[in-house]
Design a protein around this ligand. Structure first.
Ligand SMILES: C[S@@+](CC[C@H](N)C(=O)[O-])C[C@H]1O[C@@H](n2cnc3c(N)ncnc32)[C@H](O)[C@@H]1O
Length: 233
């Protein structure tokens, strides 16, 4: 998808994004639980970069658990970021957050962060070299050995397994079970979203300046990887 299309899409979705995804809250809870455990060795004053923070779920989860952690929230959709800000305000964590309404590559690459989260973002970059550059942009904003927790929709879309996962995904997310609905979702995930097999996503992360990503999570179509920035960039 083109940057303007992404921003427009999420500006439209912002008002109902959280409500829509409550149906899959158990998956998100599991992803958050594992993320917390994976980041447990970070210092009490860690800086976390939340790329494509959307309405802020991952940021708020970590901010509530770690009173000393500070957050950089980067999000191009003004409407999504406004929801995130409101929720941060309600949670009393705004003073520990910096909010940037922009794409990641528009922000200065100061390697000050101990870790980054990037949930369901890189999948919107369809071109391989651009997706690698996106991961490079994250690496450039991390300290050497800084950690990346990344999650994306991932599958071999030409496989019979994908049909099974797609159907269950559609039931979970939209409750719809019609042939037309399934065809629509298949077309979106095949043409408009970069749903790639797990080994290919892993290779993109690695090419972006990280060591071998550890696949730590799968629930339906969502996969998660932990990687650390290689020292030399
Ligand atoms: C599916 S939402 C996920 C939001 C949140 N991370 C979550 O898991 O709920 C994807 C978000 O990534 C943002 N996004 C897309 N491309 C981006 C980029 N290159 N840099 C930063 N954010 C981006 C979109 O605007 C959108 O809010």
């Amino acid at each position: 998808m083109q940057p303007d299309d992404i921003t427009a899409l999420f500006d439209r979705q912002a008002a109902y994004y959280d409500t829509y995804w409550t149906k899959t809250a158990a998956i998100r809870d599991a992803l958050n639980l594992l993320t917390s455990a994976l980041l447990m060795s970070l210092p009490n004053d860690a800086h976390i970069l939340c790329v494509g923070v959307g309405t802020g779920d991952e940021l708020l989860h970590l901010a509530r658990q770690h009173a000393g952690w500070r957050f950089t929230a980067v999000e191009p959709s003004g409407a999504m970021l406004a929801v995130c800000r409101d929720k941060a305000e309600q949670a009393g964590v705004t003073s520990r957050c910096e909010f940037y309404q922009s794409y990641l590559n528009e922000q200065p690459s100061i390697p000050q962060h101990d870790a980054a989260t990037c949930f369901l973002v890189s999948q919107f970059i369809l071109e391989g070299a651009e997706r690698v550059q996106f991961f490079r942009d994250i690496a450039a904003r991390l300290k050497p050995k800084g950690l990346l927790v990344s999650a994306d929709l991932s599958a071999q879309v030409t496989s019979p397994e994908f049909e099974v996962l797609l159907r269950s995904w559609m039931v979970m997310t939209s409750g719809e079970t019609t042939k037309e609905g399934l065809a629509r979702m298949r077309s979106t995930y095949t043409n408009d979203v970069g749903v790639l097999p797990p080994n290919e996503v892993s290779a993109l992360i690695r090419a972006g300046g990280f060591d071998s990503p550890i696949p730590f999570f799968q629930a339906g179509l969502i996969h998660g990887w932990l990687a650390s920035r290689v020292s030399a960039q």
